[in-house]
Design a protein. Structure first.
Length: 99
């Protein structure tokens, strides 16, 4: 699976990018036909506590799964988004089996 990481309004360090790739590569355990993952990291300056947003898009055959999470850190946002995508992948696999 290819992982594309894009950071908006800041420069993501290599440690964060490696963390994201490590988390997303674990998604292959749930569904092995993921084509690519696109991660968009954004800083939101609205004065709220949750100002780091991670949006993850997984391209699977015939569909695209999307999860968007906000948290205090990018790592927590990515963790929450990957757990949401895990549930989506399991549901997607169930639909593929029934079809």
């Amino acid at each position: 699976m290819r992982v594309h990481t894009e950071s908006v309004q800041f420069k993501a360090d290599q440690k964060l990018i490696q963390y994201i790739e490590k988390r997303l590569n674990k998604m292959d355990h749930f569904f092995d036909r993921i084509i690519e993952a696109r991660v968009t990291l954004k800083l939101e300056n609205s004065g709220q506590i949750k100002d780091k947003i991670a949006e993850v898009r997984l391209s699977v055959p015939g569909d695209q799964l999307i999860a968007k999470e906000a948290s205090k850190t990018f790592e927590a946002s990515v963790d929450n988004a990957t757990s949401a995508l895990k549930r989506q992948l399991i549901r997607y696999k169930e639909r593929m089996r029934k079809a």
